[in-house]
Design a protein around this ligand. Structure first.
Ligand code: FA5
Length: 340
């Protein structure tokens, strides 16, 4: 019996030296001290003995049991302390007394100019609306008086999806939904990303931003349109800039205009940013076509309105003197760093 007890003591010491975590320690406790554990087994084997030998062996087994209990308790305490030390040492890596570190980030210049224009229109009573980038043919074309096979569809090279939907080619795609949502009178702007399968150059991107605006009320005229365009441009540029308004064709406005600004990169001399013309097409606009009002659920006999489609990316070029539109989508952090 004495040999058995000694062997179990050694086995326990070896097993304990391999215990790595609290789960393993608990398993060891159950293995030795549990109801059907190794020490209980040893107690059972006392039945084979009698007299003084039994008494002595019982004392040895009890002593071993106490020893195992005490060792496991100490090991659990040591594990808890190690765990706590780990936490405390981890916390020591943070010095809460250090001054805060400045993070170097910036808004994209298009976001900056978008916020600026939004602010200008909001102060003039316009709401800012959102519209998805994936739209259907009806909203992008038909509800804008551009039926299927109309030659005006060729004005925008459209990216179609396999399911028949398409990537928004212009923010005008939201006009119908916004008219139907709010009815008249209505003042709203809706910025958004547009996509066209275009050849790219210094002033054309295949992914660019526009901001659409519509104002619908009784007796809205071209005079209102010109007033709002002038106010917006003088607020954005804070300087006198040359503007020209010329006739422009868009099936959803009548009459329609092209609003160009004198190129601020070359001062109107001609450069790649303005395709050597000295002028930049910035904000086509016009009086909303009666058919478009009607499709938007607004009575054209009672209401009139204007709409404009501001080229936000081009506005950002002029506002910040960015010569090449491709810099905006380049992902070049040196471009962004200039706007911190
Ligand atoms: C339109 O998209 C019309 N929906 C605008 C409109 C709205 C007219 C309401 C009348 C009433 P256009 O295709 O010309 O029109 O684009 C409008 C503006 O978006 C352009 O003047 C230009 O500033 C900008 N733009 C157009 N194509 C690109 C491009 N590929 N890259 C960068 N900017 C572009």
């Amino acid at each position: 019996m004495e040999q058995k007890i000694t062997a179990l003591r050694e086995r326990f010491a070896f097993a304990l030296s391999n215990v790595a975590d609290p789960v393993a320690l608990e398993a060891l406790r159950v293995e030795y001290l549990g109801k059907k554990g190794l020490l209980a087994d040893l107690m059972q084997s006392l039945r084979e003995l009698s007299g003084e030998g039994k008494k002595q062996a019982g004392q040895f087994i009890n002593a071993l049991k106490n020893e195992v209990e005490q060792t496991i308790r100490s090991a659990a305490e040591a594990q808890q302390k190690a765990e706590l030390d780990k936490l405390v040492n981890g916390a020591k890596q943070y010095d809460v007394t250090l001054p805060e570190r400045t993070l170097h980030g910036s808004y994209h210049p298009i976001s900056l100019v978008q916020r600026e224009v939004e602010h200008i229109f909001v102060t003039m009573g316009f709401t800012v609306e959102e519209y998805p980038e994936i739209v259907d043919d009806y909203h992008c074309f038909e509800a804008l008086n551009i039926p299927k096979h109309h030659p005006a569809r060729d004005m925008q090279d459209t990216y179609y999806l396999n399911n028949g939907q398409l990537l928004k080619t212009h923010t005008s795609a939201a006009q119908n939904a916004i008219m139907r949502k709010y009815g008249a009178p209505l003042r709203a702007i809706f910025p958004g990303r547009c996509f066209r399968n275009e050849s790219i150059d210094a002033c054309h991107e295949n992914t660019f931003f526009q901001m659409e605006g519509i104002m619908i009320d009784r007796d809205i005229s071209i005079a209102n349109l010109i007033y709002f365009m002038k106010t917006m441009l003088s607020e954005v540029f804070q300087q006198d800039i040359k503007v020209r308004l010329r006739p422009g064709f868009f099936p959803f406005v009548e009459p329609g205009f092209e609003l160009d600004i004198s190129c601020l990169i070359c001062g109107g001399e001609g450069c790649p940013s303005c395709k050597d013309s000295g002028w930049l097409e910035l904000c086509p606009c016009g009086m909303i076509h009666p058919r478009v009002l009607e499709m938007g659920g607004i009575d054209p006999n009672e209401y009139t309105g204007f709409a404009f489609g501001l080229g936000l990316t081009r506005l950002a070029m002029m506002r910040y003197g960015v010569k090449d539109i491709r810099d905006f989508n380049s992902g070049n952090l040196r471009v962004l760093a200039q706007f911190t």
